[in-house]
Design a protein around this ligand. Structure first.
Ligand SMILES: [Zn+2]
Length: 568
């Protein structure tokens, strides 16, 4: 029978280290001492994952055990074969060995899992290992927490612009210490001043105009990259939008270190160990590290926030039709467009993928990407059904029929016109009789009557004007409905996507605040359906008016949608 020795290095850095050499020497010895002449050594190199599916070498071994090719699995400590939290992988390994009658041998003991006593002992040891590991972790976590509460972890983070780091002896121990770099601090203050007036991108380009104030590259590793990309010796690189943002939002620049942001905050979305769950928003004052005044810092936050509110993503022109609108169905976050290679001819087509997934990986979102034309195929029928043709034609008919042709309006108009003619006649009569009268009292009386009649005339005139403007409203409501009616047609929308993509983008932005779609297969064809939408406020009002066939409401709502109405 074959004995398989198994050793795992948890990180690439451990490859070939002392413990591996030890294992390579001792495990085969151990196998031979238990009477296995045929010995193999298997190394699982550089896997950090604790789950079985991340360990191909062990998996392959388990398959061979299942087939009965291996008589014993040799390792240093059998509880280290599986270290998953729920002990499932360990049970799985044991089950395979038990069924195949394969022994597990470690430095302490030989386990024949078909024997109850061995099986139970091994269970207890797995549990003990788990308790031990949790306790070790708890110790580490407690240390981290203590350090965070005392120092705010200032020196554990990436090196920040504006500060220097060096090692000092404190109470006989080497400690990293951070202090202000006066020259860089000057530039930090200038950046804060600039941000009050300009956006981060502008600030970056203002600074980049003068290469002597480019951002220093502090890590030696990054210098090669910087030199290759931006020329020079790589000790400095141009400022990026993101640098300015980071500098202007980090509270350390006003002397407050913030650690362990709550998970609902954007920057705190990295999943945290449950042992750390209670640690939130640890704030530590570091007045000695303050570079800008608290007031200026808060002003900068306000300036950034108000800029962000003014320049929304939706306002920016983009070559991606659903830019700023499309959401990820898995995590409900935003998506971002990219041009991915489509076929072997190198044609590149717009595609959207989940921003969170792309930036932070599977821990945050399980992943989503979809081609633009698949989205369009799902969105067109949705849009067309949104503005139902029959209802719109109905509403057009209603609007047109009230266009001066209604009996009530005709009677009102006739009544007003007739009344106005009558009043005019009486005014003329009064004027004539005034010319021939010499009695002073009569004169005053008739003048007063003329004034009253003139008022009446004005009232009639206003009423007629209202009728006219209402008629104009009906006409424009009918025109708007007509253009909306065209939108309720897939073929017309399809033409729009092909020939006037900007117009279609405008339409999509007018209608949708956000849009979530989900892809699915019909046979070999990939298609998509709309799973959630959020209409813009003004479109929701318009939709309600269309559904009530309320012409005046449609007109009022459409005034809130100027872009769409002008172009449709
Ligand atoms: Zn997502």
């Amino acid at each position: 029978m074959i004995a398989a020795c198994y050793h795992r290095n948890s990180t690439a850095g451990q490859i070939g280290n002392y413990s591996q050499q030890e294992a390579q020497r001792r495990l085969p010895e151990l196998a031979r001492s238990h009477g296995f002449p045929q010995v193999e050594f298997h190394l699982e190199a550089g896997v950090s994952g604790e789950e079985l599916h991340n360990r191909p070498v062990l998996q392959a071994l388990l398959h061979r055990i299942e087939r009965g090719e291996i008589g014993a699995l040799i390792c240093q400590d059998h509880t280290r074969l599986a270290r998953d939290r729920d002990l499932i992988d360990g049970q799985l390994i044991k089950q395979v060995c038990r069924k195949a009658g394969c022994l597990i041998i470690d430095e302490q003991k030989v386990y024949d899992l078909r024997i109850d006593a061995d099986d139970l002992t091994s269970d207890v040891q797995f549990l003990g290992a788990k308790i031990q590991k949790r306790q070790n972790l708890r110790g580490i976590v407690r240390g981290l927490e203590e350090e965070a509460r005392q120092t705010g972890m200032v020196t554990r983070r990436r090196e920040m612009f504006g500060y220097d780091r060096h090692t000092e002896l404190v109470d006989g121990k080497a400690r990293r210490v951070q202090s202000i770099n006066l020259k860089e601090a000057e530039l930090v203050r200038r950046i804060y001043e600039l941000v009050l007036e300009h956006g981060p991108r502008e600030v970056a380009s203002i600074l980049n105009a003068d290469p002597s104030v480019w951002r220093p590259v502090k890590e030696a590793k990054q210098r090669v990259k910087a030199a290759a990309r931006y020329g020079g010796d790589g000790t400095s690189r141009p400022w990026w939008n993101q640098d300015i943002r980071e500098i202007c939002t980090n509270p350390l620049y006003r002397g407050v270190a913030l650690w362990a942001k709550p998970e609902n905050e954007r920057r705190g979305q990295r999943p945290r160990s449950d042992l750390m769950a209670h640690v939130n928003n640890v704030t530590v004052e570091h007045p000695e590290l303050a570079i800008v005044q608290s007031d200026l810092w808060h002003q900068a936050q306000q300036a950034l926030a108000s800029r962000a509110a003014r320049f929304t993503r939706r306002g920016v022109r983009s070559s991606y039709l659903y830019s700023g609108i499309l959401r990820c169905p898995k995590c409900h976050g935003t998506t971002s467009g990219l041009r991915a290679t489509h076929n072997r001819h190198g044609l590149r087509l717009p595609t959207y993928r989940c921003t969170q997934w792309a930036a932070r990986g599977k821990a945050v979102c399980t992943g989503f990407n979809i081609r633009e034309r698949v989205v369009t195929a799902g969105v067109l029928p949705y849009l067309a059904n949104l503005l139902p043709r029959a209802e719109i034609e109905d509403a057009i008919a209603t609007a047109l029929s009230s266009d001066g042709r209604s009996e009530l309006e005709r009677r009102q108009r006739a009544h007003r016109t007739h009344a106005m003619a009558e009043v005019q006649q009486r005014i003329d009569n009064l004027r004539m009789s005034l010319e021939v009268t010499s009695d002073r009292d009569e004169h005053i009386r008739k003048e007063a009557r003329i004034a009253r009649l003139k008022e009446e005339m004005v009232n009639h005139g206003e009423a007629l004007g209202q009728l006219d403007s209402r008629r104009a409203n009906h006409r424009s409501a009918a025109a708007i409905l007509d253009s909306l009616g065209k939108i309720g047609d897939v073929a017309m929308l399809d033409q729009m996507v092909r020939h006037q993509p900007q117009l279609f983008q405008l339409l999509a932005r007018t209608v949708f605040q956000s849009l979530t779609v989900e892809g699915f297969h019909i046979g070999r064809k990939y298609s998509c359906r709309v799973v959630a939408v959020d209409y813009t406020d003004s479109f929701a009002v318009l939709l309600a008016a269309v559904n009530h066939r309320d012409a005046a409401g449609i007109l009022a709502a459409s005034e809130q949608l100027p872009q769409l109405m002008v172009s449709a």
